[in-house]
Design a protein around this ligand. Sequence first.
Ligand code: 5GP
Length: 123
Amino acid sequence: MAKTYDSNNIFAKILRGDIPCKKIYEDDTVLAFHDISPQAPSHILVLPKGAYVDMDDFTAKATDAEITGLFRALGNIARAAGLAEGGYRVISNIGVDGGQEVPHLHLHLVGGRKLGRMLQPAE
Ligand code: 5GP
């Protein structure tokens, strides 16, 4: 089922410059900034500038250049942040079961400590 993009979501507002962020990286197709509520010493959000709801939407509709741009940027940002050697985790929450809160695709890049188990036991 096609997903409708809500252009009033908080990351759309950040992309428009309506609200501020602590920017780490920007190019033609990607913006990265610090998460407002970091879950690890390093918690960076990496997002495409295009209006994609989530990874499902992105992988169905984005151009090859957008897909390449997002993943190249992700790796470059992780290396520049000093995370590549010790390791890090990339998370993208999708939809209700994925626990997504902001409906603009973003990759959480988290690291700087041992992150423990990937998933919590089911409630
Ligand atoms: P989700 O649950 O959608 O995968 O993650 C949304 C993330 O966005 C959360 O980690 C949350 O802390 C972060 N976040 C929500 N609002 C803002 C904001 O206004 N600025 C920044 N930098 N991060 C935000």
